[in-house]
Design a protein around this ligand. Structure first.
Ligand code: SF4
Ligand code: SF4
Length: 455
């Protein structure tokens, strides 16, 4: 195993001491088969699909219910068998109308992930009979998107005309509290390694680096054991625990010592990056002929029994919190994702008021004790600049954003912000830096799109 002693990306912070992860990483993943799923036709930031089923239809597990409708979107499938009882409309964060397909279960979900009866779940397979084209077609038809958060359709990355040398498998899971990738590596090792060899072949790459932080040494040792004696071009890399180690640029910087130039993609320097959960999903799609219909999610924080759950896409968040024993605080703040980059979806409400459901990109459902912070004027301490992994001056961009000076935000490279939240975390004046910079960044991209320029 390769051990990189220093992750040499600029900036970064240590927002937690590890006790946050212990809440959920000690217990095996629990399987949950809900009676109802509510599948949003928006499964990632850039994609809104239209349902091709109607109320009253019977659908079977894995049946296509919405087709990819453009560059950033991917097919969506029924995650349980049953009857479509409702197709309702809701608003997304940008107030766009989005459909939600509600399916009432008619039978128990057939779980192909836990029975461990298939060859790819028990050994490294010979994939010489599978072509690159077959793998990419499986990704596309199976609705595979990045499970790490951004949710970009995976096949688009692999259709690049650029020569790819390395696949980087991102298993850093640097966000505090989240442990779903950690548990996947401990419990689904062969699925992950078979998925990685499919991704290497799809990319035409030389090899893959599987990158973990050193707070997951047990998972690294387990995978290393599975790799022993195998002729697989996969190398494990153990990186120091530092946030945001899992940022694409930070990972490339730390592992292959290259910089992704501003405005470029990893493919421009011969790299494709995928989350470790995406690698497992790749193997599930290829070897079970079942599309992406389920994922692992961490449910943690102020709940009675924190842990990780393997659930169909569309499982209501309220069902998950209920299964985790319910809230242990009335003063709750419910967050989708982790505390650094996640979005609050409810503050101080009852479980019956909690809306929303698991999407392909939902890695965590976190309940924290809510407290309000009051912003005060910037004291020019420079801390935000010191920790920014993108090398930005967050306080300067923040001033420009407050004055609505988008041109200045652009000149200060707001578009290079990775929305990691490190600046806000360290700011002694509690300034909402990451939020305002992210809003400015989105506005710059929208303006560029309107002008027909590239992102
Ligand atoms: S400016 Fe962006 S990249 Fe830099 S610390 Fe803040 S959120 Fe992270
Ligand atoms: S950390 Fe906060 S107070 Fe310090 S320079 Fe940045 S914005 Fe100002």
């Amino acid at each position: 195993m390769k051990l990189l002693k220093k992750s040499n990306f600029h900036g970064g912070i240590h927002p937690a001491d590890g006790s946050d992860k212990i809440l959920s990483n000690q217990q095996p993943i629990r399987i949950l088969n809900p009676e109802t799923v509510e599948i949003s036709m928006k499964q990632s930031a850039g994609s809104v699909c239209k349902a091709i089923v109607k109320e009253g239809d019977q659908v079977s597990l894995g049946q296509l219910i919405a087709e990819s409708s453009g560059f950033g979107s991917a097919n969506i499938h029924a995650s349980i068998s049953g009857k479509v009882t409702e197709i309702r409309k809701t608003k997304d964060e940008q107030s766009n109308e989005v459909e939600v397909v509600v399916i009432q279960s008619s039978e128990n979900m057939v779980d192909h992930t836990t029975s461990k009866t298939m060859a790819y779940q028990n050994r490294i397979l010979d994939i010489s009979g599978i072509t690159k084209e077959e793998i990419i077609t499986s990704m596309k038809e199976g609705g595979l998107i990045g499970l790490g958060g951004a949710g970009f359709p995976t096949h688009v990355k692999y259709e690049t005309p650029k020569p790819i040398k390395y696949v980087l498998i991102n298993a850093a899971e640097c966000e505090p509290y989240l442990t779903c990738d950690h548990r996947l590596m401990l419990e689904y090792g062969y699925e992950i390694l078979n998925g990685i060899q499919l991704l290497i072949k799809a990319a035409g790459a030389k090899m893959a680096y599987l990158c973990l932080e050193d707070n997951k040494e047990d998972a690294a040792n387990h995978l290393q054991q599975l790799l022993e004696g195998q002729d697989l071009p996969v190398e494990l890399v153990l990186l120091h625990t530092k946030y945001p180690q899992g940022g694409e640029r930070q990972l490339v910087d730390a592992v292959i010592k290259k910089e992704i130039p501003a405005g470029s993609l990893p493919a421009d320097i011969g790299v494709i990056i995928n989350n470790v959960g995406t690698a497992k999903a790749m193997a599930d799609i290829m070897f079970t002929k079942t599309p992406l219909i389920a994922r692992c999610i961490t449910v943690t924080g102020k709940v009675k029994n924190p842990g990780n759950f393997y659930v169909p896409i569309g499982t209501p968040y309220a069902t998950l919190i209920h299964e985790a024993g319910g809230f242990t605080t009335k003063n709750n703040r419910v967050i989708i994702g982790g505390p650094m980059t996640g979005n609050s979806i409810m503050i101080g409400g009852e479980l019956t008021h909690l809306e929303g459901s698991v999407s392909k990109t939902s890695s965590g459902l976190l309940v924290l004790e809510d407290y309000s912070l009051i912003e005060s004027p910037c004291i020019r301490c420079g801390e935000c600049e010191r920790v920014c992994p993108a090398g930005l001056a967050p306080f300067k961009i923040d001033f420009a954003a407050i004055e609505d000076n988008i041109n200045l935000c652009e000149k200060l490279y707001a578009t290079e912000c990775i929305s990691c939240g490190s600046c806000s975390y360290v700011c002694p004046a509690n300034r909402e830096l990451a939020y305002r910079i992210t809003v400015a960044k989105t506005e710059i991209f929208n303006l560029r799109r309107e002008k027909g320029g590239k992102r």
